[in-house]
Design a protein around this ligand. Structure first.
Ligand code: FE2
Length: 297
């Protein structure tokens, strides 16, 4: 079964409570889960056991951190072979990773780092996206990242860059609305203009998360922590996006400072209301229909 509606990023901090509440029928708005394969691959004990317990109850999508699609080191074929087996066993409909580099000269940065956004780097990404997709044997979606310094040599904004990679590679987009918000705040851009330039007809999944805002009265720097509740500005951007994409699966990412589960679930319910208010079919379906009509002509 494919993810639909609102999902939650699976974290070991709340997996027991998640399963207990699901067994009591208390959390119907959580309709799917996302996991980071790197947390489970080649691990024994409670990790695969918890994953199996969750898999019996929810469909999954996967979200990786280690492909380094923008890097210049060769893709790690051993990692991708292990990932391919993991994705096959979990029966995911797609896998996502980031528009970034994370490895240089064999050393992992453990961070998602930006490259200059331009047509040349978009082609470089696209070549590696095609290669990685071939190696993992499932559809691959790329995610727009948050970043704090714009590398020299950038000629494209976040949206146009994502559009170029998607166009050149034929991959899908995993649209992180919070990352658009964070970058727009930090770099002085209009978030809706960035979103409008994204290939919204290729969005297969949306991420939302919370961030840390330095200085409440006079907003300063925004840090993409995933450790706070989702802010109203991100909900507004999400609603704007969903009006165009239609009911794309939404995933709530929470990675630190976990609140009581009721608070997390209240966020899922708010997202679920937005998802239900969105048009059933968005521009992805419409562009697929017009492509079919064009082919039939
Ligand atoms: Fe994300």
């Amino acid at each position: 079964m494919s993810p639909t509606g609102v999902g939650l990023g699976l974290r070991s901090a709340f997996v027991d409570e998640l399963l207990e509440r699901e067994a009591r029928g208390e959390i119907p708005a959580i309709r799917w889960l996302e996991c980071h394969p790197e947390n489970y691959m080649r691990r024994g004990g409670r990790w695969p056991r918890n994953l199996e317990r969750c898999r019996e109850r929810w469909p999954f999508a996967t979200h990786g951190l280690a492909m380094s699609l923008g890097g210049v080191d060769p893709l790690d074929r051993q990692y991708l072979a292990t990932l391919r087996t993991f994705l096959r066993d979990l029966e995911v409909p797609w896998h996502s990773d980031h528009l970034c580099f994370a490895v240089a000269h064999g050393a992992a940065s453990h961070d998602l780092l930006p490259m200059p956004w331009n047509e040349d780097t978009a082609r470089h990404f696209a070549d590696r996206v095609r290669e990685a997709r071939e190696l993992i044997s499932v559809p691959l979606a790329v995610e727009n990242i948050s970043y704090y310094v714009k590398p020299a040599g950038s000629t494209l904004d976040d949206g146009s860059f994502a559009a170029a990679v998607v166009r050149e590679s034929g991959c899908d987009l995993m649209l992180d609305v919070n990352n658009v918000y964070v970058n727009a705040q930090n770099h002085g851009d209009d978030p809706r203009a960035i979103l409008a330039a994204m290939p919204l007809d290729r969005v297969v999944q949306i991420h939302v998360a919370g961030h840390f805002l330095e200085g409440e009265e006079e907003p300063g720097f925004v840090i993409d922590t995933h450790a706070e509740p989702v802010c109203d500005g991100v909900y507004d951007l999400l609603a704007w996006t969903l009006e165009r994409t239609g009911r794309v699966p939404i995933l709530l990412e929470r990675d630190d400072d976990f609140p009581p589960f009721d608070e997390l679930y209240a966020e899922v319910e708010r997202l679920d209301r937005l998802w239900r208010a969105a048009p059933e079919r968005g521009i992805r379906a419409m562009s697929a229909m017009s492509a079919m009509r064009a082919a039939a002509r």
